[in-house]
Design a protein around this ligand. Structure first.
Ligand code: AVJ
Length: 320
């Protein structure tokens, strides 16, 4: 039997995107122009990020998967079985799916801003794990975490892998984690993957790879913005910049104007000088103690930490 899942509707309609254009207008109009990294993830952007995870230079996904593999039983022991597994930024759902046999969740909730991408991934996953109750949730959880009533309140285990927390500044991360802890309820917990500080050469290569996949991922944000705003960014006028800012403790991605240009959108526009940049992403790299500190300042209690001795990365289980 051949059925198509591409038109499958979300189980719960998309929320949290009502003021997308104003957020974009504000960012593009600011003296230091900026686009939030969440706009990197349209359907193509999500696929490009999947490709990034295959690159030899991009170590986080592989390193984290290795930790899950090596310490899977201990991780499952810390998390317990039969939880309500809430995957934040689920994407292709592969990381959670790899843990299903160990965690045996009672319910799986795949949350992602890229609604189409996540519902397709979930449709495939349902065929592989028909006994798990699954829901796709199109939600920009960076601005709020109101979960529908269909998400079980008991034994919530928030899953936030891949070091996506790094997209927030540390103060923003505290706000986000505090909200998460409240969302946990009394018996909830968090399983989070956080990338740790390491050599600049390793980080520079990971965010500016030889094939140019990260460049394509970054530049694609302009196509997405053109669709959302009706703007006329010409991709060919921009180049990708990705590098570790050691003083700030973060990798930064920017788009740099190759030449002077005027960009317009309905009701406005902006000139960009040659060399002017649009800041598109921060990816903070923590020291392990600072990552744990951040969790504890947000009301979590870090109960277990698993790392990789060859490549600094931490998977942390934290109790609400
Ligand atoms: C998905 C936010 C964790 O910061 O490493 C990959 C995104 N950006 N290459 C990261 C990303 C450039 C990624 N996160």
């Amino acid at each position: 039997m051949l059925t198509t899942c591409t038109t499958e509707k979300l189980d719960v309609p998309c929320t949290g995107s009502a003021h997308v254009p104003s957020e974009l207008f504000d960012g593009l109009g600011a003296r230091q122009a900026a686009i939030s990294p969440k706009f990197l993830y349209d359907a193509l952007g999500s696929k490009l990020f999947e490709a990034i995870c295959e690159l030899p230079e991009y170590y986080p996904t592989r390193t984290e998967a290795g930790i899950f593999e090596r310490h899977g039983r201990e991780i499952a022991h810390a998390c317990g079985i039969g939880s309500t597994l809430i995957d934040l930024g689920a994407g292709n759902c592969a990381k959670a799916a790899a843990l299903f046999p160990l965690l045996r969740p009672a319910q799986y909730v795949a949350v992602d801003i890229s609604t189409e991408f996540v519902s397709e991934a979930l449709a495939r996953l349902r065929l592989r794990f028909p006994h798990i109750d699954m829901q796709a949730l199109g939600l920009d959880f960076s601005s709020g975490l109101e979960l529908p009533e269909s998400v079980r309140a008991e034994r919530r285990l928030f899953f936030y892998p891949g070091s996506s927390l790094g997209n927030f500044t540390p103060p923003e991360a505290r706000v986000f984690l505090t909200r998460l802890r409240r969302g946990c309820g009394p018996d909830g917990a968090l399983l989070i993957g956080i990338d740790l500080a390491k050599d600049k050469a390793i980080l520079d290569a990971a965010y500016d790879d030889a094939l140019g996949v990260t460049a394509a991922f970054n530049l694609n944000v302009l196509r997405h913005v053109n669709r959302l705003l009706g703007s006329d960014f010409d991709i060919r006028n921009w180049r990708h910049v990705g590098l570790y800012n050691e003083a700030a403790g973060r990798v930064e991605m920017h788009l740099e104007a190759k030449r002077f240009q005027s960009v317009r959108w309905p009701g406005g526009g902006r000139d960009f000088a040659a060399g002017e940049r649009i800041h598109t992403e921060n990816s903070y790299k923590y020291r392990q103690a600072d990552a744990i500190g951040l969790l504890e300042q947000s009301g979590f209690e870090a109960t277990r930490v698993w790392t990789d001795p060859r490549c600094p990365f931490a998977v942390i289980h934290a109790q609400a």
